[in-house]
Design a binder for this molecule. Structure first.
Ligand code: NAD
Length: 512
């Protein structure tokens, strides 16, 4: 099939799902209730949209420049004036309607997410339905957005009003594109804010679909806008004087630049950053569950999950049994076409990310680790997928705490197995990191589970499972892994501010 792309033609071979293909060739900015082309003619803002499953360039996307960002922020600012004055319950009803539309269109959105990310279709479906739940959840919380009242002497009293912040800027990473847009917009909108959201340039498609769904559900134009672009466009948002808060998901390095930009004009900030989380497996654990947990903690989404438990501490006496079960199960994971129902490992997001992951495996070998399985480029037999970025999930043993692969976030399917003797040792080594996003423990000893969790320095912790984020459970990091929380009731505090009012019921008692 031939498709027009700017002034040239590209051959597209991975367009089996026509609804996904239809999304690619539409304008990808969404400002004031409509899809619009970028106004900037600066070629420096242009980026390729590539399908990770095939390596094919699907189109060039003109990124948003200052003019586009200004117009998105202006639309949001205008919409904010009336949106923030609507009763919260009414705002919530719109979100609940949007959740219903997402459920009705979930298969279509999931196929687009697969095209954009290369993740297996079953994972994409799970993500999209989870987003519908989250949006419904925040819609339901609308009625809880109340203030407090306190009675004082002489008919005086105080009360508080929870108010929106204004226009919130959102910037997302590429591993869960629809989720990033949903997890940020739902609490922001329900609190009465308007939003300008910038997805990762690697995954621009589904945030725009969310914008259209919000409009269909009744969200006033301008309340949720999408602009496309890379870091420069992100900085235009961060430094925009009319943005009141930035909500960012991405790497620690970029997070620190966002924070610096926000510091200039004292913007509110939420940072959801990277991790290098520990998973501790004691010898009394149910071994099959522990193996499954370690796989979920490492191989979900081709290993591209911020909360992954990539440092797997296994108590020494069960190492051999654990490894045997783990490797057998890992070898059984089907790698290939992400649109196939039984595919367990799809494509890594990009050539760059695949190469980075392989470099970490190579370096691990050099530093003394043993590759027990995987960590290689895989070429699927299907000729259409030959240019895709497929890697086999990697299991490393003989790892040590000082190795690069054990210290740094790989963001690919690389599990580092470390051994330990005592509980005290495991917790101490687990905490020996600058990150603090997540962690987990597998044990049948109830009291030990509580002790270990209490000792771990991380925001999201798991006992006898891993990487589940049920709707309503706050998610976010300690230490360099972030500031603020998403996905729970507390998040409303990060998207609103309190106005305190003192009401005098008598005369002014003035000492002057
Ligand atoms: P990244 O930091 O490279 O990019 C994230 C976003 O920031 C993109 O939209 C990018 O265009 C934008 N950006 C880049 N430079 C910028 C700048 N100077 N100013 C403003 N915006 C800028 O991260 P990534 O590679 O897209 O994502 C992977 C990282 O995200 C990993 O570290 C992962 O752990 C983290 N992550 C964290 C969570 C969480 O909830 N804690 C979730 C998913 C991913």
């Amino acid at each position: 099939m031939k498709l027009k792309c700017g002034s040239r033609y590209i051959t597209v071979v991975f367009m089996r799902h026509s609804s996904a293909s239809a999304q690619v060739h539409q304008p990808l900015n969404y400002i004031n209730g409509t899809r619009v082309e970028s106004a900037t003619k600066d070629p420096g803002h242009k980026f390729h949209l590539i399908a990770p499953a095939t390596g094919e360039i699907l189109r060039d996307v003109p990124g948003a420049g200052a003019e586009d960002v200004d117009s998105a922020v202006a639309a949001a600012r205008t919409a904010f004036t009336s949106w923030s004055k609507q009763p919260a319950f009414q705002r919530g009803s719109i979100l609940i309607k949007a959740a219903d539309i997402i459920r009705a269109r979930s298969e279509e959105i999931a196929r687009v997410e697969v095209l954009d990310t290369g993740k297996p279709i079953w994972e994409a479906r799970y993500d999209i339905l989870g987003c519908a739940d989250t949006i419904q959840y925040y819609g339901g919380l609308a009625a809880t957005l109340t203030g407090e009242f306190m009675k004082l002497a002489n008919d005086s009293f105080t009360y508080t009003i929870r108010e929106a912040l204004g226009v919130v800027g959102g910037i997302g990473a590429w591993n869960y594109p629809f989720q990033m847009a949903a997890f940020k917009s739902a609490p922001a909108l329900v609190c009465g804010n308007a939003m300008v959201f910038k997805p990762s340039p690697l995954t621009p498609l589904t945030a725009v679909m969310l914008a259209e769904i919000f409009t269909e559900a009744g969200l006033p134009d301008g309340c949720f806008n999408v602009i496309q672009g890379a870091g420069e466009t992100g900085q235009l948002l961060v430094r925009h004087p009319k943005i009141a808060k930035m909500s960012f998901t991405g790497s620690v390095n970029t997070g620190s630049k966002i924070m610096a930009g926000c510091a200039e004009s004292i913007k509110h900030i939420t940072l959801e950053l990277g991790g290098k989380s520990p998973l501790i497996i004691f010898s009394d654990a149910d071994l099959d569950n522990a193996v499954k947990g370690a796989m979920m903690a490492n191989f979900t989404n081709q290993g591209q999950v911020c909360s992954n438990g990539t440092r797997v501490f296994v108590q020494k006496d069960i190492l051999a049994q654990f490894l045997e079960k783990l490797v057998t199960r890992t070898k059984g994971m089907k790698i290939g076409d992400p649109n196939e129902e039984d595919t367990m490992v799809g494509a890594t997001i990009s050539q760059e990310q695949a190469e980075k992951t392989l470099r970490y495996v190579q370096l691990a070998r050099k530093e003394g680790a043993t590759v027990v399985y995987g960590g290689e480029r895989v070429t699927p037999t299907d000729a259409r997928l030959k240019g895709g970025y497929y890697l086999s999930p990697c299991v490393l043993t003989d790892c040590a705490d000082h190795m690069t692969v054990v210290k740094e976030e790989v963001f690919g399917s690389v599990m580092s197995i470390l051994t330990f003797d005592t509980e005290e040792e495991a917790v101490r080594r687990a905490n020996d990191t600058e990150f603090g996003l997540a962690g987990g423990v597998f044990t049948k000893d109830l009291m030990r589970a509580h002790r270990v969790i209490a000792g771990m320095e991380a925001g999201s912790l798991y006992v006898n499972n891993y990487n589940l984020i049920p709707v309503g459970l706050p998610f976010g990091g300690f230490k360099k892994s972030g500031i603020g929380r998403e996905n729970g009731p507390d998040t409303l505090n990060y998207y609103s501010q309190i106005k305190s009012v003192y009401f005098e019921g008598g005369d002014v008692d003035c000492p002057y």
